[in-house]
Design a protein around this ligand. Structure first.
Ligand code: HEM
Length: 479
C-alpha cells in the first residue's frame, strides 16, 4: 500500500477522507433515563451535567458513553483519588472491561482507540507500565528547568512579533496553539524548523478532519527520522535520553512515547495556556488579586487547573473484582471514568467555591496515582512563562469581545476555548534582540478596560471535533 505524503504547506496533499456515516442526533439521556456524557446536550454544558448528576446520585453516577455503553462517572474528589491510587482494584487495562468481554463494544466504536488495550502503551498496570513510566520520568527529570523557560520566552517573543504591530490578535490560533509544540519539539530534540509544520499536523490530527490520517503519518515519519538521527548523533534531549535509558526500550516503544508527549501534551498545554489567558483577561477577582500582589502568576495557573481543567474526564479504569465506591456496588469489569472537573469543585473539599486555592496543587487535573502526568512541571513552566512574556510585551492586553461571546468546545474528555480575540496598543517586533526570561512572581496588571465587541468569536457552540483523544486513532492503527 502506498500512502500519500502529507505536506503541511499544501493542505490538498492529503488523501481523500475515509467515508464517515453521520451519527444520529442524541438526546441527553438513554432509553432508560441514564444520562449520556456525549452528544450535543452534554457537550454544550458538561459542568451543568456533572452538577445535576452529583445532586441526583452523589459521588458516583451511572452514565452512558458513546454507543450508549454504561460506565460510572466518579464525581467526588476523594473517590477519584481512591480509584486512581488503587490499581489493584481499578486497573488501567481495558482487557478487564465486561462490555468488551461480552462483545457489546462494536469493532468500529470510536471509544476503542481511546480505551482499547494495545501493546507498547502506558495503559498497563504494574511492572509493564513501570518500565515505560520510569524511562519517561527519569529522562524528563534531566531537563534543565531554566532551559525550558528560555525556550518558552524565545518562542513567545517570536509569536508575539508576528501580530504585535496589528493591535489585535486571536490568541488561541496565533499564540496558544503554537507555543507548546514549538517548545516540545526542542525538548524532544527536533530541529526548530519542524515546529510550525508539526503544529499544523497536530492541529489537523486532533480535529479529526479529513487530513487526520495523513497528518498522523507525517508526525510518525518525523519521529522515526528523529530516532534514526539520535541513534547516530545523540544530544541533550528526550529522544536521546530514552534511547540510552537502561530500560532498553525498543524504537517502537520510544516512538509511541514521543508521540504521546508531542500530541497529547501539546493539546492539553494549549488548552491550559488559553484557559489561563482567558482568566487573566476576564476574571476581575483574578486580576485584582494578581495586581494586589497576593497571587503569583503560578498561583493563577494553578487556579485554572482547579476550575477549568483541560481534561475534564480521564478515561478510564476497570474494576478487577466486585467492589464498592461511595457505597455504590461496582461489578467486576465495570468501567469507571474519572470526573476531574467535577472532583476539583466537589463541595466536600471546596465548600466555598469562590475561596482561592493559592499554593494548593492537590487538584486532579494531572491525574493521580501511578499514572499521574509526568509532564506537569513542563506544562506549568510553559503556561506561566508564556503569559508573563505576553503581558510584558502587551501590558494593556484586553478581550476584544464581550466575555459572554466566548465559545467553548467540549467532548466527553476535554473542554476548551474555541477562540480568544484580544486588542492591545500596537508595538514594534523585538526580533532576535529579546529580553532575558522574566518571570517576576508579582507584577501588577492594568485594569481591564471595557471594550466594544470588535472581532467575532468563532462561530458555533460545542462540537466533538476537537478531542485530542481522537488523534489516538491513527496511532493505534499504526498509521
Ligand atoms: C496542562 C497540560 C497537561 C495536562 C492537563 C495533562 C494531563 C494528563 C493526565 C490527566 C494524565 C493521566 C491520564 C490517566 O491517569 O490515565 C497524563 C498522563 C501523561 N502525560 Fe500529561 N498533561 C499535560 C501536559 C503534559 C506534558 C507537557 C507532558 C510531557 C512533556 C505530558 C506527558 C504525559 C505522559 C507521558 C503521560 C502518561 C503517564 C502514565 O500513564 O504513566 N503531559 N497527562
Amino acid at each position: 500500500m502506498t500512502t500519500q505524503q502529507f505536506d503541511p504547506a499544501r493542505p490538498d496533499s492529503a488523501p481523500a477522507p475515509p467515508c464517515r456515516v453521520p451519527l444520529p442526533a442524541r438526546g441527553p439521556t438513554g432509553p432508560d433515563g441514564t444520562v449520556r456524557i456525549y452528544g450535543p446536550a452534554y457537550e454544550s454544558d458538561p459542568t451543568g451535567v456533572f452538577e445535576q448528576l452529583r445532586a441526583d446520585h452523589g459521588a458516583v453516577a451511572p452514565v452512558l458513553v458513546t454507543g450508549d455503553l454504561p460506565g460510572w462517572l466518579v464525581l467526588g474528589y476523594r473517590e477519584c483519588l481512591e480509584v486512581l491510587r488503587t490499581p489493584t482494584r481499578f486497573s488501567h487495562d481495558s482487557r478487564h472491561w465486561n462490555q468488551l468481554r461480552e462483545g457489546k463494544v462494536p469493532a468500529d466504536s470510536p471509544l476503542l482507540p481511546v480505551l482499547g488495550w494495545q501493546p507498547d502503551r502506558m495503559t498497563a498496570d504494574g511492572a509493564e507500565h513501570r518500565r515505560l513510566r520510569d524511562a519517561v520520568t527519569e529522562s524528563m527529570d534531566r531537563f534543565d528547568r531554566r532551559g525550558v523557560r528560555r525556550h518558552v520566552t524565545r518562542f513567545s517573543h517570536r509569536l508575539i512579533d508576528d501580530f504585535c504591530a496589528a493591535g489585535h490578535a486571536e490568541l488561541l490560533g496565533q499564540f496558544s496553539q503554537h507555543l507548546p509544540m514549538m517548545v516540545l519539539t526542542q525538548l524532544l530534540g527536533m530541529p526548530e524548523a519542524y515546529g510550525p509544520r508539526l503544529v499544523h499536523a497536530a492541529t489537523e490530527l486532533v480535529k479529526a478532519s479529513d487530513q487526520t490520517i495523513a497528518a498522523n503519518i507525517y508526525i510518525k515519519d518525523q519521529l522515526r527520522r528523529l530516532l534514526e538521527r539520535k541513534h547516530s548523533a545523540p544530544g541533550d534531549d528526550l529522544a536521546s535520553w530514552l534511547i540510552e535509558h537502561p530500560a532498553g526500550l525498543r524504537d517502537e516503544e520510544i516512538l509511541n512515547l514521543l508521540w504521546l508527549v508531542l500530541v497529547a501534551a501539546n493539546e492539553n498545554t494549549t488548552s491550559l495556556l488559553a484557559g489561563a489567558l482567558r482568566m487573566v483577561l476576564t476574571d476581575p477577582r483574578f486580576r485584582a488579586t494578581l495586581a494586589g500582589g497576593q497571587m503569583t502568576l503560578s498561583d493563577g495557573v494553578e487556579q485554572v487547573l482547579w476550575d477549568d481543567p483541560p481534561t475534564i474526564v480521564i478515561p478510564a479504569r476497570w474494576a478487577t473484582s466486585d467492589t464498592e465506591v461511595a457505597g455504590r456496588a461496582i461489578r467486576t469489569g465495570d468501567m469507571l471514568l474519572l470526573g476531574v472537573a467535577a472532583g476539583n469543585i466537589d463541595p466536600a473539599i471546596r465548600p466555598d467555591i469562590n475561596a482561592p486555592m493559592y499554593g494548593n496543587r492537590a487538584h486532579l487535573s494531572f491525574s493521580g496515582g501511578p499514572h499521574e502526568c509526568p509532564g506537569r512541571e513542563v506544562a506549568r513552566a510553559i503556561a506561566d512563562t508564556a503569559i508573563d512574556t505576553l503581558l510584558l510585551r502587551l501590558p494593556d492586553l484586553r478581550l476584544a469581545v464581550d466575555e459572554s461571546e466566548l465559545r467553548w468546545r467540549a467532548t466527553t474528555w476535554t473542554r476548551h476555548l474555541a477562540a480568544l480575540p484580544v486588542r492591545f496598543t500596537p508595538g514594534p517586533p523585538v526580533g532576535e534582540e529579546q529580553p532575558e526570561p522574566v518571570v517576576p512572581e508579582r507584577r501588577p496588571l492594568p485594569d481591564p478596560a471595557p471594550e466594544p465587541p470588535a472581532e467575532p468569536a468563532a462561530p458555533g457552540g460545542a462540537t466533538a471535533e476537537h478531542s485530542w483523544w481522537r488523534g489516538l486513532l491513527g496511532w493505534f492503527r499504526g498509521d
